[in-house]
Design a protein around this ligand. Sequence first.
Ligand SMILES: Cc1ncc(COP(=O)(O)O)c(C=O)c1O
Length: 408
Amino acid sequence: MPLNPAGPSCYETFASIHGLQIMYEPRMNSILSGLPTTIFEEMSRLAREQNAVNLGQGFPDDPGPLDVRERAAKAVIEGWNQYPPMLGLPELRNAVATHYRHWQDLDFDANTEIMVTSGATEALAGALMALIEPGDEVVLFEPMYDAYLPLVRRAGGIPRFVTLQPPHFALTEQALSAAFSEKTKVVLFNNPLNPTGTVVPAEELDLLARFCVRFDAIALCDEVWEHIVFDGLKHMPLIAREGMRERTIKIGSAGKIFNLTGWKVGFVCAQPEILKVLAKAHQFLTFTTPPNLQTAVAYGLAKEDAFFHQLRADLQRSRDRFAEGLTGLGFKVIPTQGTYFLNIDTGGEDDVEFCRRLVTEHGVAAIPVSAFYAERAVKNVVRFCFAKRDETLDAALGRLAGVKTRAA
Ligand SMILES: Cc1ncc(COP(=O)(O)O)c(C=O)c1O
């Protein structure tokens, strides 16, 4: 019980900071306070301690497109720095509509079907708040982005997992039948998929769409990696599959599109009756997103096709450089078709132990993919971020040269 019902006293706060014995126990939400220290934190700490080449965290180590950053800087100095409209600057909502029409043949009304959020993460949190009543079932695909499960649980949702297996991580009718039920309210779907780097083929999208329609579920589609697909693949949004236009919420992220991951500018597209309620969640979560970054993203989305093709080609080249290097060293690389990530098969060695060994003995940090599973973890796959400069990738390969792997 707090000593003071109005909250901790200055003394209690002081005592806790300095590790003194106190009688105040804050009563926090059990879902969040019960979350353990994650392997992501452990790997980041070890990477710092070992001065490792950090291929664990997913961000590029170059500063991002100069003209887009200059546009943001100009907007900070010369533009509007007070609250922008709640749904986002009209110029950005129009740019998102035009961009998706051009790149994905989608037709959204910029006034009633598009909202700007502070990153895809806010869009996901807000959508889950806006959709879920306690006890509703939510279908999730493991491996999954680490924010999903705590957000679903915190919103009162009951997770039902579809477990995807390497090397193809394919959706099957059998697995979907086991996860969907009359209680399914939401399907939280990420394509292209982090951490596997896989792109879901058309037949599997249609299979999923049939389940959503049959069980009257809303699809919450995290498509932050939509522009980062390789080998000539074209992103296929779930919202375009039969029966999905009215029941899909599509989420994108400028941070990923422009390799500016710290920007946290996201967009949500959905039919007007859904978007209205998503806007209510957004109103009380962040209300708005920095206007100057919105201006720069609107500028960036309108850039010529060659710009986006070049970003893709550069990342594909990094993927190939790193994959070839790893293969040459005897690692078994699992094919990747998108995102910043590629995975290797440890050949049976426990992925967590493998990553600890890699960072402490060889000075390269990676992430064990079992960390992205909740129920039936696959324990022989390790994720590397290849969205790095050549020097960084080559330095990592140099250090990995001595690693013994059973998959060789
Ligand atoms: C699948 C997925 N969703 C969401 C995010 C977060 O996007 P944002 O930075 O726009 O919040 C990431 C970032 O890595 C991601 O991989």
